[in-house]
Design a protein around this ligand. Structure first.
Ligand code: DP6
Length: 331
């Protein structure tokens, strides 16, 4: 009899949010207050292999070759338990995960990690989930992971409950040849995680103001994306990034992600723009800056960015496909 192997590998990109997910309506299920929009980051990938095996004694999770045993493991096993429930598999699991970008580069790895986990774990258990169900499973691990499942540019619809909160495609990767240059100005893991930021977001007096502004902003940024209008897209990107950080800075307790390098990069970028260069910034919950520009300008902008003394290094990303299978297992 042929031995069935319950082992699969997936690779998935991080994504940069154009409209941000900030604040959870249901923190346990990662249901957000607002829709969010993103582009996949083709150079920032997580590969994850999952195996269920009746011979394993105990669940084991390895991240970048190191076994993890704390909250990080619990977060992974939560997704594995969903899969075990759905597939009626009771066996223990081995999960191994590797990032192709430096762990301390401040790039949100939870989006690439939990989307890769959703596909590899469900497939290893022989579940054939639809794209919608994969997005929901990834979301349960980390909200932004719901968007990495999708190819190219995605919108995560907030939904009303767990089954209606998932991401859909707005445009394929080749729709628009944009670049996201991640400008790393600080290494090391961030002081306050996004999960902690979400938890206090609603204490900001500006949270409600932002929620009221979002529907129109989302309509406008979608228009800019479809029409490939970088000026309109970029102005909204900057508004969004500043607003996210303003909410963080006015939460109780306040969270300051910006550092000297952040401000330097933004000032330089604005100076170049006044002289005709078309490039705009956005940011995640950290000090690093993402510069969004057209492919044709990326080289020039990148070499200028690298000359700023506070800049440690940069990573240039193209829009990419979402979560895919890989034949190269990690173990
Ligand atoms: C600022 O998805 O990382 O990057 O669900 O707690 O894992 P958890 O949060 P996460 O939050 C992302 C915050 C953000 C904006 C965004 O990507 O939309």
């Amino acid at each position: 009899m042929k031995k069935i192997i319950y082992k699969k590998t997936a690779v998935s990109p991080a994504n940069i949010a154009f409209i941000k997910f900030w604040g959870k309506k249901n923190p346990k299920l990662n249901i957000p207050f607002n829709n969010s929009l993103s582009m996949n980051m083709g150079s920032c990938l997580t590969t994850t292999t999952v195996e269920f095996n009746p011979r394993f004694r105990g669940d084991r999770v390895f991240i970048d070759s190191k076994e993890v045993k704390d909250d990080k493991k619990l977060r992974v096993i939560k997704i594995i338990d969903f899969v075990r429930d759905k597939s009626n598999i009771a066996w223990c699991v081995k999960v191994a995960s590797k990032n192709n970008f430096p762990a301390d580069a401040g790039i949100a790895s939870s989006a690439s990690a939990f989307s890769a986990l959703a596909l590899s774990a469900s497939a290893a258990a022989n579940l054939e989930l639809s794209q919608k169900d994969l997005s929901i499973l990834a979301r349960l691990g980390s909200g932004s992971a719901s968007r990495s499942i999708i190819d190219g540019f995605a919108e995560w619809k907030k939904g009303k409950n767990t089954n209606s909160s998932y991401a859909i495609q707005l445009a394929p990767p080749n729709h628009w040849d944009l670049r996201d240059i991640v400008v790393v100005v600080e290494k090391g893991t961030k002081k306050k995680s996004s999960t902690e930021g979400h938890a206090v977001a609603l204490t900001s007096p500006f949270y409600k103001v932002r929620q009221n502004l979002l529907p129109k902003r989302i309509r406008n940024i979608k228009k800019a994306l479809y029409k490939k209008n970088l000026k309109n897209l970029g102005e909204i990107l900057e508004e969004e990034a500043i607003e996210l950080h303003m909410i963080a800075m006015t939460s109780k307790p306040p969270i300051f992600y910006w550092n000297k390098g952040t401000v330097e990069v933004i000032n330089k970028l604005h100076g170049w723009r006044e002289k005709g260069l078309s490039a705009y910034f956005t940011m995640d919950a950290g000090p690093n800056v993402h510069v969004i520009c057209l492919a044709k300008d990326a080289k020039k902008i990148n070499s200028r960015l690298k000359k700023i003394p506070e800049v440690l290094f940069t990573i240039t990303n193209k829009p990419s496909v979402g979560t895919q299978f890989s034949q190269k297992h990690l173990f």
